[in-house]
Design a protein. Structure first.
Length: 384
């Protein structure tokens, strides 16, 4: 099979989504790193916490490394190389029989984990027309969310053979995704820029990255705290899985709606609507009831299609030819900061009760909606 030509933007988008979905279907290993270190290898919980914190820190240089590779060798080889590096690290985690070997493999996984992100986002930024980028980014996010739910079911089935089996499956899916990248993605890369990093590092992008960091922190609060909050509210662990499934299904529907209206909708409108819907969903979660949790999950999933796609599309439009990887790398660092900040600010709130946590998060989402409404967005989507 030949590579998809660059002259077919929709085909390139579908190809990169397919590659990431194949990877995500087995991408449940990270959730079991702590279990592998603590139960299988006998590490103390405090030591496991340190290792996982360093793993998280490694994802920041990993994203930068991915941006550098994407600007030099193009998205195809960067994505394939990052996936293969991750597969090797995952296999070492699965087969390692000592603490030093597995810890080294965990840190290696951290350094490989984010390499694919700048290249993936650069493909969308450089091949999809600006007025369609929000729904393109939303398509990537929503399909990955659905694949994540499926991967959770696979993890439950594989868990009966031990944690190592989960990491072996994750390694296999990463390797298969790397092969898919080499087969499906374009061999050529976008126009080269003589100084991509200096040109991409503008005050406007830095300011937008700051705003994006606030939004990313809100997202990571949900990622980290939802299972714990469901448990604190007295519901079974399986409830979290149902909530994630409801959110993923809602995200797909909202992405299709966004694709229909985005050329007529300014970016600021999408952001205000998204944050208002998210605030409503978080408010429903604060009730703690089953009905409130399910309805809130539907709204939270729908909001993500508007917010994640629009935040990324707005950043992408702040670049130019040959700057996609650099711009998306810089903006993507917001997620590294959010991953560190979110548990620090949300754990004390959850300690005071799930309602306190979700109402505080809803208040932050309302503040972001008000801020966008008051100031607007630097690069609104224009009607072609």
């Amino acid at each position: 099979m030949s590579a998809v030509p660059l002259t077919q933007p929709s085909s390139v988008l579908h190809a990169v989504v397919a590659v990431r979905v194949v990877n995500r279907l087995g991408g449940f290993g990270m959730s079991f790193l702590g279990l592998r270190l603590a139960r299988d290898l006998g590490m103390s919980l405090s030591a496991v916490g340190v290792v996982l914190a360093v793993f998280g820190a490694c994802t920041v240089p990993s994203r930068i490394l991915g941006g550098v590779f994407a600007t030099r060798v193009g998205a195809r080889w960067t994505i394939a190389g990052g996936l293969l590096a991750g597969a090797v690290a995952l296999l070492a985690i699965a087969l390692g029989d000592s603490v030093p070997v597995v810890v080294a493999a965990v840190l290696a996984l951290g350094l490989a984990y984010e390499i694919v992100e700048p290249a993936t986002q650069a493909v969308i930024a450089e091949t999809i027309e600006p007025s369609r980028q929000a729904s393109a980014f939303a398509l990537l996010w929503s399909t990955l969310a659905v694949a994540g739910v499926v991967s959770g079911l696979l993890a439950a089935l594989l868990g009966r053979w031990g944690v190592s089996a989960i990491f072996v499956c994750d390694a296999v899916s990463s390797a298969l995704a790397a092969v898919a990248a080499l087969v499906l993605l374009p061999s050529a890369h976008a126009e080269r820029h003589p100084s991509p990093w200096r040109s991409a590092l503008t005050p406007r992008l830095l300011a937008w990255t700051g705003v994006g960091t606030v939004h990313a922190t809100l997202v990571m609060v949900i990622v980290f705290m939802l299972p714990l909050a469901v448990d604190r509210a007295g519901h079974p662990t399986s409830m979290t899985g149902w909530l994630l499934a409801a959110a993923a299904a809602s995200a797909i529907g909202a992405q299709r709606l966004l694709a229909r209206v985005e050329t007529r909708m300014p970016a600021v409108t999408a952001l205000v609507v998204g944050h208002l819907v998210l605030a409503a969903g978080l408010g429903l979660w604060a009730t703690g009831s089953v009905t409130g949790l399910v309805a809130g999950a539907v709204l939270e999933g729908a909001s993500g299609a508007f917010l994640l796609g629009t935040y990324q599309a707005t950043a992408a439009r702040m670049g130019g030819p040959g700057l996609g990887a650099a711009v998306m790398t810089i903006f993507g660092l917001s997620w590294g900061v959010a991953t560190v900040v979110a548990p620090l600010v949300s754990a004390p709130l959850l300690d005071r009760g799930p309602a306190v946590l979700w109402l505080a998060a809803a208040g932050l989402s309302l503040a972001l909606a008000a801020g966008h409404a008051a100031r607007g967005v630097a690069e609104p989507v224009s009607v072609p």
